[in-house]
Structure formats: C-alpha cells, structure tokens
Design a protein around this ligand. Sequence first.
Ligand SMILES: Nc1ccn([C@@H]2O[C@H](COP(=O)(O)OP(=O)(O)OC[C@H](O)CO)[C@@H](O)[C@H]2O)c(=O)n1
Length: 334
Amino acid sequence: MRRSDFCMALANGLANVQGRHPIFSFGVIADVQYADVPDGHSFVGVPRYYRHSILVLERAVKSWNNHKKLNFVINFGDIVDGKCPKDQSLEAVKKVVCEFEKFRGPVYHMIGNHCLYNLPRDELLPLLKISNHGSHHAHAYYDFSPTPGYRFVVLDGYDISAIGWPCDHPNTLEALKILSEKNPNSNKNSPEGLKDVDRRFVMFNGAVGIEQMEWLDTVLQDATNMKQKVIVCSHLPLDPGATGKTSLLWNYDQVMDVIHRYDCVKVCLAGHSHKGRYSIDSHGVHHRVIDAALECPPGTDAFGYINVYDDMLSLVGTDRLENTDFSFDSLTIS
Ligand SMILES: Nc1ccn([C@@H]2O[C@H](COP(=O)(O)OP(=O)(O)OC[C@H](O)CO)[C@@H](O)[C@H]2O)c(=O)n1
C-alpha cells in the first residue's frame, strides 16, 4: 500500500469484517427514477414505485451521513423517470439533486436515458455539476482520483445517442443510423426479433464515441504509468454476464477491448438494468450492476457503500442490494 493510501486508511478509521481499515469508502445508488406519479410497472410488467424511490434516496443519504467515514457518493444515473410530466421535469431533477446534496461530501453523478427524456443534456449537466473541462461538446465523461493509488473513470454511454442531443446533432444522426441498421422494428425501443447481445440495439441505450474512446485509452495509459487501480463507472453495463442483454452499452465490446489492453481496471460498476447482478469476465475484471431504487417496494431499500482496499473492494449493501467482494487476485480465464 502506498504511504498516502495508508494515511487515508488511518484517517478513515473504521475497520471492516476482516479487521482491516479501508483506504477509503464511497456510497452507491442507482436508478432512483423519481416522479410524482402513481405506482406503475416497466414495459415487461416489473412494479415501479415512482414516489417511494425518493424515500429510498432519503434513507440512503441518512445512512451515508451516519456512517461518517464515506469519502464521496456515486449516483449511477436515471434520477428522474420519463413518466414525470414534462412541465415538472426541472423541478423534479432539482428535488432529487437537492436530496443528494444533503450528503456531507462530494456526489459524482452520471446521466441515464430517463434523465435525458426529461431534460436535454446541456441543461442537465450543469444541474448535475458534470463539468466539460472547457470543451464545446456537452460530454459527460470524466475521471477523478480520490487517493493516489486509485482512479475512477465515469463513462458517458449516451455520447452517441438518439436522446438528449438536438435532433440534427451529428451524434443523434450517428445513433439513428446505428439503430436503422441494427434494429428493424418500427418502435426502436423494442428488441423484438433481435438475438442474444444484439438485443442491446434499442433506443434507450447508446454508445461511447470515438473521442471518448481515445480519452479512455489515454486515461488508462496514464493510470498504468502512475500504478493506479481503476474503477470504471457507467450507467450502461459493460458485460453480458452482469445484465440482461437489452441493457448493454451498444459498443460494450469495443470499450472492453480498450479496458483489457491494460491491467489497471479492476472493477466496472453500472446501473440501468435494475436487477443487481455480478460477473467476472475473461480477463478477471469484476462487473457489478446495482439494483434500482425505483423497484424497491415501499419500506424496502437498495443502496450501499463500497470499502476500498489495496487488494479488493467490498460492497456492503442494504436490503435488496446484496454484499459482494471483489478480490483482485482472482484467476484470469482465457
Ligand atoms: N420492449 C420495450 C421496452 C421499453 N420500451 C420503452 O422504452 C422506454 C425506456 O424503457 P424503460 O424500461 O423505462 O427503461 P429503463 O432505463 O428504466 O430500463 C432499462 C432496462 O429495460 C431495464 O431492464 C420506455 O418508454 C418504455 O416504455 C418499449 O417501448 N419497448
């Protein structure tokens, strides 16, 4: 362990089950999809609790604050549901962001399809305090390093997307071209007739564009040079083993090819699929999808925090979100 990581672990104070002090810890929650509308269900009939989901977030923030040792929180996107009446979108997004801001520390957000059903990305990104680092593109990918030995990479899976950009934007046109080539259905949100991983070519997903791919490569090269371990966060899952195929990033395979060129990425975390799942891929990278707050029946929860060590991560879940350990010494299958 680096000396600076050791100091952060000491400052963190709290020992885990193995009696070790994490270097740092952070809170996680996904798919709050709040809307002030009655309970309903997904397209395939899974119950959704649009008003209760913000209560899950309220309980998460209380729990994260009570923990006292969480360094930051990561929200995996879709804070407001597409069912939110459009004249209430801005108010609803502000209400959820305000709830996150009750956490006594930084909150890192990412955008999801439901965020973009409510507000265009150029309005959304400032509200979520996602900075573009002076770029003229309203991109939503970024990285940060909470301690010298670790780096977080937050991907923008709606970079190439038919939602969120102006309708004549090159990224919208590129997305519509992909959809017309890959999905023959008139309703481009429908995966009907598509087989296996091709089911991902639906309009509620998107892709990482070329510039972002080059940026990812540069960041991973830099992290490798700095001997940092990397945790990749994305609204859209990156491994078919951790999600239903209709929820995958369109070019998850290309992103994983870049990730697999390096040895620094240890864990990929995602939301969107709503049903929590875990997998380990052929290169030993762990993948974990976080259960949706939206689908918690009243009185139940799905949030947690992750303890970060030198050689593993440990997810401590509440209620529907199951504990998961991600050990970095797992065997690689090739
Ligand atoms: N077969 C389908 C599925 C969905 N739609 C419509 O697409 C929009 C987005 O769907 P939704 O399930 O709300 O998206 P989430 O981001 O919450 O979930 C993603 C994964 O599906 C979870 O597994 C919505 O308008 C649906 O009605 C559709 O037309 N046809």
